[in-house]
Design a protein around this ligand. Structure first.
Ligand SMILES: [Zn+2]
Length: 267
């Protein structure tokens, strides 16, 4: 074999290895699926014990919503930071060792941006945004930033075992109301067939820019607000790995509990 042939062979080998590495690398692109930890029905069935440390949740994305061990407040994840809005309305960044029983998270990259007309109400927002979407049969991660003439949220108090149902918990949910407040809503829009796994329609949490208010959104009136949507054609579901989940029967979904969780708000 001439020197040239050896060199050519070496080049071929290097190219092949490079191609192989590239192909392997392509099997693990930047994650763009919406990651769901546990199911809504499991949460509604009282599975409030934290399963996944926040470090693990953070690996799945930089934007999302959820709750904490024992339903200890509402979770909102904005720009990679996880915040808790507790039952007194106090906002903090919990330690990453804390665990979550339920969360929906992904990396946010806007596919679509639209603005809400001043005076848009929460109850009217779904129809307005839905009309602009290419499909209602995929998932959307959502950010709505702006000022609001009115904002109404709720949080949930930390529960002790034996855990009461979500319907009972939200009966005594603390409600927060503010006028003329600036901040961000983060959440998801799920297709109707996601029932049982997540909440069909819109589910959003709020965080005021000055961290003076937040929670699970029940109502709002916009002043000026921009809606950014990240369409997700892939969805990954991480299921709890404990006895309660193994043995629970999910044959019947409790629609009353779903509506209580939603807090009777239209979306
Ligand atoms: Zn919520």
């Amino acid at each position: 074999m001439s020197k040239f042939q050896s060199f050519a062979k070496l080049l071929c080998t290097i190219s092949f290895l490079g191609l192989l590495l590239l192909t392997l690398g392509c099997g693990n692109p930047v994650k763009d699926d919406l990651a769901q930890f546990s199911t809504l029905d499991a949460l509604l069935a009282g599975m409030y014990d934290g399963v996944w440390p926040l470090t693990e949740i953070k690996r799945q994305g930089d934007t999302g919503i959820g709750t904490f061990h024992g339903l200890n407040g509402e979770m909102i994840m904005v720009n990679g930071h996880i915040y808790r809005i507790d039952s007194k309305g106090v906002i903090s960044e919990p330690p990453l060792t804390e665990k979550s029983p339920y969360a929906t998270i992904s990396f946010f990259k806007a596919d679509q941006t639209l603005s809400l007309s001043p005076g848009t109400r929460w109850a009217d927002m779904p129809d307005i945004v839905d009309a602009q979407l290419p499909t209602l049969n995929q998932f959307y991660l959502i950010r709505i930033e702006g000022t609001f003439q009115y904002m109404k949220t709720r949080s949930v108090p930390k529960q002790q075992k034996p855990y009461p149902s979500v319907a009972e918990v939200v009966r005594s949910q603390p409600i927060f109301e503010r006028e003329n407040i600036r901040g961000i809503l983060v959440g998801v829009r799920c297709p109707v067939f996601a029932k049982g796994v997540n909440l069909p329609g819109y589910h959003l949490h709020f965080l005021a820019d000055d961290h003076s208010m937040g929670g699970h959104v029940i109502d709002f009136i916009s002043s000026e607000a921009t809606v950014q949507l990240d369409r997700k054609a892939a969805f990954s579901l991480v299921l709890p790995d404990h006895d309660d989940f193994y043995k629970h029967s999910f044959v019947e979904q409790n629609q009353q509990a779903v509506e209580a969780f939603r807090s009777q708000s239209k979306p």
